[in-house]
Design a protein around this ligand. Structure first.
Ligand SMILES: Cc1cc2nc3c(=O)[nH]c(=O)nc-3n(C[C@H](O)[C@H](O)[C@H](O)COP(=O)(O)OP(=O)(O)OC[C@H]3O[C@@H](n4cnc5c(N)ncnc54)[C@H](O)[C@@H]3O)c2cc1C
Length: 359
């Protein structure tokens, strides 16, 4: 099958199972294999490294395309593909290159536990994971309360650690099967339940330099943040698109009264999507992170308005379970403002910057 046919088959599977993926944690093991069969995991990864080629903008498009069908699957793809980006952007020549093929074929799930690190970068939170020198490398300890794609069949999770010797924080890739690594039961979420979201603790887990993604977390995080956030914004784009599509497919009478509003929002979304992909590819968001923060905030607003239009257009049917996806999308949309960097956090950061530049 070619890539288009593979994606169509994935989209059909997601359309059939989207409500179940949102509601049932028991479906979690199906998601990554489906994404791999749909050939979405390797988009934006060089062909020479076993990927499908293309750019990070293509990967953002892919997350959006999956989110049009299921936000649970798109969030799993975000975690997995973002972890792959960490591997691609690792500045450690000694980093274990054997991981990439296993990520691309879905043999292992990539998970990104970097909310804590992103908050650390914005001076909101101290690092919650700690590394101490050890004869065989580093002894790692600490815990993270939320990580998605902690697949029970096997995962590797990125997390940031401070060092007891005062050296700059590092980011390590923690394999699931190391001594001292413990995954909690799935968190009791209101939605996205098949996302393998759980807490992770590590207790005296020893890893060597082959597992260190970077020894300079702060600078490296600034460098990967456009891809991290850009891929995340793909979720907003896909969800807004599917809400607008559902709006345009509602009954003629309800559709007519909100036609102008729907058309204007479609145009806004198309412009935001273009601006996002351009800014990630041409370096604008590396130079001016505030422009990306503003776009992430604006996209949340677009999702909220799109869902409001869908709810208005679908009427009572939208309030029924398992009927056209409206109720699910409303639940999915409530996740968008809280994923790190959260809206509260970004608004606070932009306000601080404005104060600093006014002083
Ligand atoms: C379903 C789900 C899956 C998740 N998956 C992952 C994952 O894969 N990886 C991962 O790393 N995290 C993950 N998270 C965590 C998520 O990204 C957020 O970090 C978390 O939801 C933020 O909420 P909190 O309860 O920690 O915020 P709190 O610390 O309770 O703060 C509440 C709000 O205020 C903001 N805030 C707090 N302090 C400040 C401050 N000083 N200035 C400005 N704003 C502030 C926070 O950002 C948040 O919006 C997941 C969360 C959920 C719900």
């Amino acid at each position: 099958m070619n890539a288009t046919a593979c994606f169509e088959s994935l989209a059909a599977w997601l359309d059939t199972h989207a409500d179940a993926l949102d509601a049932q944690a028991s479906r979690a093991s199906d998601v990554l294999p489906q994404l791999v069969h749909g050939r979405v995991v390797g988009v934006g990864v060089p062909e020479a490294l076993g990927g499908a080629g293309g750019t990070i903008a293509d990967a953002i498009d892919t997350v959006a395309a999956v989110a049009e069908h299921s936000l649970t699957a798109a969030f799993v793809l975000w975690g997995h593909r973002t972890f792959i980006e960490y591997v691609l952007q690792s500045d450690n020549d000694a980093f274990d290159a054997d991981i990439l093929p296993r990520l691309l074929d879905g043999g292992i799930a990539g998970a990104t536990g970097l909310s804590n690190a992103m908050k650390y970068l914005s001076n909101i939170e101290a690092l919650q994971m700690h590394a101490a020198r050890h004869a065989d490398g580093f002894a790692l300890s600490g815990g993270l309360p939320w990580i998605t794609n902690l697949r029970r069949e096997g995962f590797i999770a990125a997390a940031a650690f401070d060092h007891d010797d005062g050296s700059p924080p590092s980011i390590f890739a923690i394999p699931h099967d190391r001594s001292g690594v413990e995954r909690s039961d799935d968190l009791d979420l209101i939605g996205l339940r098949a996302s393998n979201t759980a807490a992770l603790t590590v207790k005296s887990t020893v890893l060597d330099a082959r597992h260190r993604i970077t020894a300079d977390a702060r600078n490296w995080l600034v460098r990967v943040r456009p891809a991290f956030l850009g891929l995340q914004c793909g979720m907003s784009i896909g969800l807004a698109r599917s809400a607008l599509l559902a709006t345009s497919q509602a009954g003629a009478a309800s559709r007519e009264s909100i036609r102008a509003e729907t058309g204007a929002l479609e145009a806004t979304l198309a412009e935001q999507t273009l601006r996002l992909k351009q800014g990630v590819v041409d370096g604008t968001f590396f130079e001016r992170p505030a422009a990306l923060f503003e776009l992430r905030i604006a996209l949340v607003e677009t999702v909220t308005r799109a869902l409001s239009l869908e709810v208005q257009a679908s009427g009572g049917r939208g309030y029924l379970r398992n009927q056209g996806g409206t109720a699910r999308r409303v639940r999915e949309a409530s996740f968008i403002p809280i994923v790190t960097p959260s809206l509260v956090q970004l608004k606070a950061q932009l306000a601080q910057q404005r104060l600093a530049s006014a002083a």
